[in-house]
Design a protein around this ligand. Structure first.
Ligand SMILES: Nc1ncnc2c1ncn2[C@@H]1O[C@H](COP(=O)(O)OP(=O)(O)OP(=O)(O)O)[C@@H](O)[C@H]1O
Ligand SMILES: [Mg+2]
Length: 458
């Protein structure tokens, strides 16, 4: 009989011990003699509670009230059954039952820890969390896949969605802003898969990035100047590489007197300016209707007299309107894109354009990209969990059929140090950006030494 810690993660293993549950607790439904472990007692109490409570009314009542009510009823049930527990065991039992009925069950513990940035569930037996930029397998388990499905169902029904064989994938957002994706069999081969990207309330700021050596002061000054002077900037990077974080930081340099319009699939940006209009896409409803895409929002946004448009991540047909907008009076637009290098970013832009169904030849697409985008900022996530700005390239024109770019800064990787730490330097290429004249016209004069090819250790 093992007394398993709820998460086991980050704590010393809990030694096997007998639960201090009396064996004379009355039946039913589990025969008294058998109900001698913590988890069996939990299942029993949970079941009894479910049988007694009308769960349909739970959604309507305030959650804090419900939490305390469920706590009280659980304690009353224990007393009714004559089950005596040590105070700390009782507290844990009550809290787990509350989480089970109202929250995300075994995941609730991680939802309460702000430093956990992702929770990834691969079937009932494997729960991973990301903390401090690194992914860990925890000891948390669901009872079985049905248990996991119940929790997933709770998440998706709360947002008016449905998950079943007919619609086995769902994107949703929790009340706290966290993003959720669930995909179930038969599409997921190894049981239900749940991915939660936590909404960060303590978003990193520029001081954090400098402290973590993710960027250097001169590089940052250049980027801030680019944003102030209305250059069009695309932040490119892989999944979780820090694109949105950097976008959020850079958008703080948009002057206060501009009307900013943000368009996102799920609202993550936290702009501080007074004049911000936030728009968010809508997935289709249960009948598969009523979806509003980023493209729809962008078309509408263009009629809302924006000074700047920020698209959280460009990933579909909105690319065409975005490039058009950047080209026609909405300078200073910012977005992110999923790509692994600055060159790859151009390919991705072109692919998205082709997929958007606009019938224009490849060369015209590249010309549109060249005349719309000024800077591509690449961010990368390294094997030691760190994120860095790895390159800034400026789009300077076209040579025959190819877009030409010049790299202004880059992070040069030099090896691996103690504990797998990535070693390297930030190095300006020595090229003065073509955009210097644009910055000067906007009254921003950066010292030219900023671009001297001097190494800054990471
Ligand atoms: N420079 C950094 N140093 C350390 N952690 C960072 C850094 N930048 C971002 N992070 C953290 O990495 C995680 C992912 O960041 P973010 O959401 O900005 O990435 P993303 O590239 O936009 O991800 P996605 O692909 O999901 O859109 C967050 O937890 C964030 O706090
Ligand atoms: Mg992002």
């Amino acid at each position: 009989m093992v007394f398993r810690s709820r998460s086991g993660f980050g704590r010393p293993p809990v030694p096997a011990q007998r639960d201090p549950v009396t064996s004379d607790a009355p039946p039913p439904p589990v025969p008294a003699g058998k109900r001698d472990t913590f988890s069996e007692l939990k299942v029993h109490l949970h079941q009894t509670l479910i049988n007694r409570l009308d769960l349909s009314v739970l959604i309507a009542v305030d959650r804090n009230v419900l939490y305390s009510q469920i706590g009280r009823v659980t304690e009353a049930l224990l007393a009714e059954e004559g089950t005596f527990l040590a105070p700390d065991v009782k507290e844990r039992l009550v809290s787990e039952i509350q989480d089970e009925i109202l929250g995300l069950g075994p995941l609730e513990e991680y939802m309460k820890r702000p430093e956990v940035s992702d929770i990834l569930v691969n079937g009932y037996e494997k729960v991973y969390i990301e903390e401090g930029g690194k992914l860990y397998l925890t000891e948390t388990r669901f009872k079985d896949n049905d248990h996991l499905m119940k929790i997933i169902d709770r998440i998706v029904t709360r947002v008016g969605r449905r998950l079943d064989e007919a619609s086995p994938m769902v994107d949703a957002r929790l009340e706290d802003g966290s993003r959720v994706n669930a995909i179930i069999p038969p599409l997921a081969l190894d049981g239900p898969m749940l991915s939660i990207r936590r909404f960060r309330t303590n978003v990193l700021d520029i001081e954090d990035l400098l402290e973590r050596h993710s960027i250097t002061q001169p590089i940052f000054e250049f980027l801030a100047a680019a944003v102030k002077s209305k250059l069009n900037v695309v932040i490119s990077g892989g999944t979780g590489s820090g694109k949105t974080t950097l976008l959020n930081i850079l958008s703080a340099y948009i002057p206060d007197d501009e009307r900013i319009l943000t368009i996102e699939d799920s609202a993550e940006l936290q702009l501080q300016q007074p004049h911000v209009v936030r728009l968010e896409t809508r997935p289709p409803n249960i009948e598969g209707r009523g979806s509003v895409t980023q493209r729809d929002l962008l078309r509408n946004a263009l009629r809302m007299r924006p000074d700047r448009i920020i698209i959280g991540e460009v990933r579909g047909a909105e690319i065409y309107e975005m490039l058009q907008a950047m080209n026609t009076g909405h300078d200073g637009s910012l977005t992110t894109i999923h790509a692994n290098s600055t060159r790859d970013c151009l390919l991705r832009l072109e692919t998205l354009m082709l997929l958007s169904g606009i019938d224009i030849p490849g060369r015209a697409i590249r010309e549109l990209v060249t005349s719309s985008i000024n800077l591509v900022v690449q961010v990368s996530r390294y094997s030691d969990g760190t994120r860095r700005l790895s390159s800034i390239s400026e789009i300077v024109g076209m040579e025959q059929n190819t877009i030409t770019m010049q790299e202004i800064f880059r992070f040069e990787r030099e090896g691996i140090g103690e504990g797998g730490r990535i070693l390297g330097h930030f190095r300006p290429s020595g090229i003065r950006p073509k955009a210097m004249s644009h910055l000067a016209a906007a009254g921003i004069h950066l010292p030219s030494e900023l671009f001297d090819p001097i190494e800054t250790p990471s």
